[in-house]
Design a protein around this ligand. Structure first.
Ligand code: BES
Ligand code: MN
Length: 456
């Protein structure tokens, strides 16, 4: 058998940045490591081409009477910038204590390897292990899975399993596991506001035309009320409030609101609708300006009216909000608020569905929940307690994995989300790391889940 730590290091050394075409070789290199590994586990590996980055499918087939688990992971990573803030090179896996540093080590290469290793060891111990397994490892998660509809179209039926298992979520700490019960949805777009046909002297034109950067910032500033609520008519219409058991679980998280924000150097929480910070990131939709630019950016000053400015914006949506509906409402509001003196262009990027699942035994657990999923949840609960010494919490997360909502909608599968990362892993930030002490624990929990499903 392979050594999972060596494989994780090898995976991290291939820079698989999906958003930037100059990283094509890193995407290919990462795929090659994975396909070789999965092939070596006697799985039937297929690399499905797409318009951008291929999807890896690796199957263990068997009789229809065997349950079928789809294990999801992604081999793409976020860009490593800003490079000068890394303490070791982003794509040179570096150990410090029990932590391995490198872009993508926690999101999602390290945790994904827990499930791959669990399957490898189970099949090695028992080649007759009675479970159908499909690994679905995509290369476009970090860019909103644009090729997903085409893959669902061509391979949908072969992806229809009893449930999905994934490792791409977070825990409150390395000691306290949280099974994730919900992911936020997304609407992503950029707006561009333009005025004069070139940057002009603000002494010559200031006072005679509408400054596009003024219009842009006025639009952006209009999108929230001072109390933090989003100021877009109808934005909150479909939001459903969480169940009491969910709020109780969130209240058990071993992190205070102040600790949570102080970890990123902020001294005061700011939430909408009287939420705690822990609730705010899980149950509140947001509208965030992710980037804004235009005009002179160099040293010193420059007296101009710039010809244009832009803002990149994403909304995170919560249960029952429909991304297409929210997109319409937000775009309409922005168009209405744009002064007629400037030209507005809105570019839609991608929309993603929210997803939530109710574990067995809760007041709102669906009566027709898939029995294999229910067994997997129960086994996971027990195995987490054995491996980590305390049972898991059940909380939604603030992040998004839009493919999960899409698979749920298209194929009716629910998802057991056993993340192995924590907030300290610096996902999407410089100095991303993964605590390798999580790995063997994760492998043992994953094995217990798969065994419980295979031998009901
Ligand atoms: N692993 C994250 C999702 C995540 C983050 C789940 C935190 C739970 C807690 C995933 O790789 C990710 O970052 N997704 C993107 C999706 C987007 C680009 C459509 C995100 O959430 O920004
Ligand atoms: Mn991820």
């Amino acid at each position: 058998m392979f050594d999972p730590i060596e494989v994780i290091k090898e995976l991290v050394s291939h820079p698989s940045v999906s958003t930037d075409p100059s990283y094509e070789a890193g995407m290919q290199g990462t795929r090659d490591v994975l396909t070789k590994l999965l092939d070596g586990m006697s799985l039937k590996v297929e690399v499905v081409p797409t318009d951008r980055h291929p999807v890896i499918l690796a199957k263990r087939t068997g009789p229809d009477s065997w349950p079928h688990v789809v294990i999801y992971g992604h081999y793409d990573v976020q860009p490593p910038d800003p490079l000068d803030e890394w303490n070791s090179p982003a794509f040179e896996p570096t150990m410090k204590g029990t932590r391995l540093y490198g872009r993508g080590v926690a999101d999602n290469k390290g945790p994904m390897m827990a499930h791959v290793t669990a399957v490898g060891r189970l099949l090695e111990d028992n080649p007759e292990f009675p479970l159908r397994i499909t690994f679905l490892i995509e290369g476009e998660e970090e860019i909103g899975s644009p090729s997903l509809p085409a893959v669902l179209e061509s391979h949908g039926e072969s992806l229809r399993g009893d449930f999905i298992l994934l490792s791409d979520t977070l825990n409150p700490s390395e000691d306290q596991v949280a099974i994730t019960t919900g992911l936020r949805g997304m609407v992503s777009f950029e707006i561009e506001v333009s005025g004069p046909n070139r940057d002009v002297h603000s002494g010559m034109y200031g006072g005679s035309i509408y400054n596009p950067l003024q219009a842009l910032t006025e639009i952006c500033a209009s999108l929230h009320h001072p109390d933090g609520r989003i100021n877009v008519p109808g934005f909150y219409d479909d939001v459903i409030t969480p169940e009491q058991w969910e709020k109780d679980e969130v209240a058990k998280l071993p992190v205070t609101d102040l600790e949570f924000v102080q970890a990123v150097g902020v001294d005061k929480i700011f939430t909408a609708n009287n939420r705690t910070a822990m609730e705010g990131v899980r149950y509140e939709p947001t509208l965030e300006i992710n980037g804004i630019g235009g005009g002179y950016q160099g040293p010193g000053d420059k007296t101009i009216i710039a010809k244009k400015g832009f803002a990149k914006i994403t909304c995170r949506l919560v249960a029952n909000q429909d991304p297409d509906d929210i997109q319409k409402k937000v775009f309409k509001t922005i168009r209405e608020r744009c002064p007629e003196h400037v030209k507005l262009t809105i570019n839609a990027f991608h929309n993603g569905l929210c997803y939530s699942v109710v574990p067995p035994g809760k007041p709102n657990t669906p009566a027709n929940q898939n029995p294999h999923l229910a067994r997997a949840f129960a086994a996971c609960d027990k195995a987490v307690e054995v491996a980590f010494g305390i049972p898991p919490l059940y909380t939604r997360e603030g992040g998004s994995i839009p493919i999960i909502g899409s698979l749920n909608k298209a194929l009716g599968m629910d998802c057991l989300m056993l993340g192995l990362g924590t907030g300290e892993n610096n996902l999407h930030s410089p100095n991303e790391s993964f605590d390798l002490s999580m790995l063997e624990k994760g492998i043992s929990v994953s094995k217990s889940i798969l065994k419980a499903v295979a031998y009901p």
